[in-house]
Design a protein around this ligand. Structure first.
Ligand SMILES: Cc1cc2nc3c(=O)[nH]c(=O)nc-3n(C[C@H](O)[C@H](O)[C@H](O)COP(=O)(O)OP(=O)(O)OC[C@H]3O[C@@H](n4cnc5c(N)ncnc54)[C@H](O)[C@@H]3O)c2cc1C
Length: 341
């Protein structure tokens, strides 16, 4: 099967590795240069373990990170690890066409997707495909080119996050505030990160109290974050955003399938987005192995397999529950951010 994978992030690279293990030679197109990625605090949930075990990189990931909720038998619920380390391990020896951006889908007269147009340093070229797989993230240009609709449900609150070069004191800690909001921290050997929900006040107002006031608030609400957040030296290391939950009623149109963040994105406190995306990659690779000459049958098989896995996570996302109850309980004064004047 001629498979074109659009996007060489965690899910696209994983799919390529799994397909190659099954005798396929997919083309991976990635718009960014080799080695570039967006730094972020990252925990790999157990949902992603079997996929990385099959690829043969789980032990190295465990060795490079810190366990979250280790059990007596040596297993763990999740691993907090520098995200670049996983991307390096996945990309090692894998052919990827970096600096190649998918700009168009090619369709036959019936509307079936039969290839892509990619722009790279050598110009533009058309690549025929039996199956195009969109692994191009939440903004997914390919999803939009295919006309597959995504619903974005804005979360009722904004998010304040930090990235610190100081390794955290713990791999993970999280607490709920009295209004159902949440605050957490992640730590790994090379750094730490944190997040908390706040009112939607805009970046200027959220950052106005200043760096030291933000550190103090974080440490008071979540003492486990002290070691990591103490490493912040600039307000530039703190970010305000207004995240949303992304879901798509359909993941497939003849010739094209969405997987990973292009198909679904969960709330920040779930920590499952990549694990679910890695499961998508595994299911699709297996479906292609079962139906190597029939892309449509492989995609139908994928949908049958993934619907009962992904849809309950979408329905039960705690962020979705808070959309229904937001505002019913007020936070305590010390939990409010920015603090009342
Ligand atoms: C701040 C933050 C924190 C997160 N924390 C966690 C966490 O703790 N645990 C967890 O499980 N998940 C977390 N996630 C989600 C997790 O990072 C993703 O689920 C995971 O990276 C898999 O994403 P993906 O490969 O589907 O998409 P992405 O990682 O977004 O990769 C998409 C790739 O497609 C490329 N691309 C886009 N358009 C084109 C185009 N037209 N042509 C070619 N290439 C293109 C992009 O350059 C990118 O490399 C977090 C996400 C964010 C933003």
């Amino acid at each position: 099967m001629n498979i074109v994978i659009c996007g060489g992030g965690m899910v696209g690279l994983t799919l390529a590795r799994l397909l190659r293990l099954r005798g396929q030679e997919p083309i991976v197109l990635e718009r960014m240069p080799a080695g570039a990625f967006v730094p972020r605090g990252y925990m790999l949930g157990f949902q992603g373990f079997p996929t990385f075990e099959e690829i043969g990189i789980l032990d190295e990931i465990k060795a490079a990170g810190w366990d979250i909720a280790p059990r007596a038998d040596g297993s763990q619920v999740a691993i907090c690890v520098q995200v670049g380390r996983i991307l390096d391990l996945l990309g090692d020896g894998l052919p990827v066409e970096h600096e190649h951006t998918v700009t168009e889908l090619v369709q036959d007269p019936t509307g079936r997707v039969v290839g892509v147009v990619a722009e790279g340093p050598e110009g533009s070229r058309t690549i025929p495909a039996d199956l195009v797989v969109a692994c191009d993230g939440t903004g997914s240009p390919v999803r939009q080119m295919a006309g597959i609709e995504a619903t974005i449900d804005p979360l009722p609150e904004a998010s304040l996050t930090f990235m610190s070069p100081e390794p955290g004191g713990v791999s993970f800690a999280m607490a709920y505030t009295s209004d159902g909001g949440h605050i957490g921290t992640l730590g790994w050997p090379q750094g730490s990160a944190g997040w908390r929900s706040i009112e939607k006040v805009g970046a200027q107002a959220a950052l106005a109290p200043g760096l030291e006031a933000i550190k103090k608030m974080w440490i008071e609400l979540l003492p486990e974050s002290e070691k990591g957040i103490s490493g912040l030296t600039s307000l530039d290391q703190i970010r305000y955003s207004e995240p949303g939950l992304l879901s798509c009623k359909e993941w497939w149109k003849p010739g094209i399938l969405l997987i990973g963040d292009s198909a679904h994105f969960f709330g920040p406190e779930t920590g499952v987005s990549s694990g679910i995306g890695l499961g998508d990659a595994h299911a699709l690779a297996e479906a292609v192995r079962q139906f190597p000459d029939d892309a449509d049958a492989a995609c139908q098989n994928f949908i049958t397999w993934r619907t009962p896995v992904v849809r309950p996570y979408e329905a039960m996302d705690p962020g979705r529950q808070r959309i229904l109850t937001y505002g019913q309980v007020q936070p305590k004064p010390e939990e409010r951010w920015p603090p009342a004047a």
